[in-house]
Design a protein around this ligand. Sequence first.
Ligand code: 6R9
Length: 645
Amino acid sequence: MTDPEIYPISGDWTNASLDAKGYAELYEAAASNPGGFWLDQAAKRLEWIKQPTIAGDWSFAQADFHIKWFADGQLNVAANCLDRHLAKNGDTVAIIWEPDEPGEDARHITYRELHAEVCRFANVLKAQGVGRGDRVTLYMPMIPEAAYAALACARIGAIHSVVFGGFSADALAGRIEDCGSRIVITADEGRRGGKRIKLKACVDEAATRAPGLERVIVVKATGADVAMGERDVWYHEAVATVGSDCPAETMAAEDPLFILYTSGSTGKPKGVLHTSAGFLLWADFTFKVAFDYKPGQIFWCAADIGWVTGHTYILYGPLSNGATTLMFEGLPTWPDASRIWQVVDRHKVHTLFTAPTALRALMKEGDDYVHRTDRSSLKLLGSVGEPINPEAWRWYHDIVGDGRAPIVDAWWQTETGGIMIAPIPGAVPMKPGSASKPMPGVAPQLVDDKGSVLVGASQGNLCITQSWPGQMRGVWGDADRFFQTYFTTYEGKYFTGDGCRRDADGYYWITGRVDDVINVSGHRMGTAEVESALVLHEAVAEAAVVGMPHDVKGQGIYAYVTLNAGRDGDDELRKSLVAWVRQEIGPIATPDKLQFAPALPKTRSGKIMRRILRKIAEGDTSSLGDTSTLADPAVVDDLVANRVS
Ligand code: 6R9
């Protein structure tokens, strides 16, 4: 493969905080003396109740497996995001809220106001008996109360578990039960792209399957008429009875901060657990370094707080830095494909951090929607969630950024807490489509399928060999699953599940998942989750799901379904199966294509050969490879003949 073009450091970015030499020095400092480096960063960047004296204390080896950072330190995450800014920057805007409806007023919430709102929310939670270590599920639209609620949990030492508002009642119930939360915070309805999302009704439905749920706090967002039962409390009524004084709890560095469910290669989503100090430091450090954030800049991470990107780069990273973070309730394509750029102009956004799938959707609508806006405030662009194809990269750079704004292509995961590999603006020249170079403190390694370490230019499986402060600490409720999932494929290393190429310049190019996880519009989906939903249907005997290329979503969902004897695979059943999956998991899991298959290609030991199913889904039927180990090779002919194109 010939190396594509390199974009050198240019324009405003020749005066960035870090240049190439500065980045190399910082990387080297973190690598050669991690303990000293991170204690120093921790002291400089965070406010502690008790300063830590130890940095990383960890081992990835089975006999001695443990991961701790700053273990003897004490702090409060919410106090770091709020209280410490009050004296000097209380009047700085913390959150700009841009509503779904374009004509509606935006809201500007200062640090002082945010502090008071969070304290009041925390007092409402306390009045409901919520305390340290309790799990609180948030099922919220993108409204400021979602931020208040998360920070209120952090303030009183409760553990939040945010469930994306697009997930179904079933998915919500499963997550409430898994972490044993007695309380859910929701809203009457959410708004997105002019549509209403019936959140409260969904919580009611989930409650029938989550017997442990005792209390639902309902924020009045749209004013819709919703049924309120014995379990339910209106937030506006509860908050009228509490004060705005709420001291922050003293938390140990390793006390849990939040749980966030994410897909893996097995059917059940994992409750990824992050703890207080390490996560906050990683959010704070990577926000500052990867985006070279300077006071006064408006930072917009256009993700939902239901995903890790929203946790780290709408809330904790910006707020810990005292930055101004923009929270957007709506959709990039509504009312039309100009909306993002209009919001950029309206609020003079400096940095926009979004996903390739959104860019591809907007790119399809033509450049006109971009050109009719000014965008001169925009000085930095970010991309996250999936590999960005060079075509979308160039459009983002040339059309959106008018060639002046670098692109921070940030590779990371729910499990990593924050950005791991990205070109630091001003320090690392960019190559379109490459996440490029590791952040200080990140030690990537490529290995082949047998685990042999690859050096120099090579392609393999991406591992991380050293712990970093933002690393997840466990899978909620399943002590062994963390180690088993991430540290057994390649002994002594954290395995990311991603494939990756390293070029001769040491740039990293993420090639996508190598496990049974697919990435639909930047959202992780375990193929096993979709399969489990399908086989729950009474007509279905067996199902296999694979990813297929999709020009907007990145990957689409292709499902092969074997029906029970006597059932006919007609269009009607196809439609109802697609609707079934939406109902079971949520709209993001909607299969794009569904093929009825009399049988699936299995080895003699009964293992489905997904490699073949992937090739057929891709339309690459001429090179199916060796099918001789199949129990019945004839199955493949039928699959090819009936492929859904
Ligand atoms: C932050 C986030 C993680 C998976 C990850 C990888 C893919 C994320 C990427 C990227 C290429 C990037 N991914 N960022 N691939 N380039 N810049 O997305 O977390 O939802 O847990 O997904 O997303 O495959 O393993 P999460």
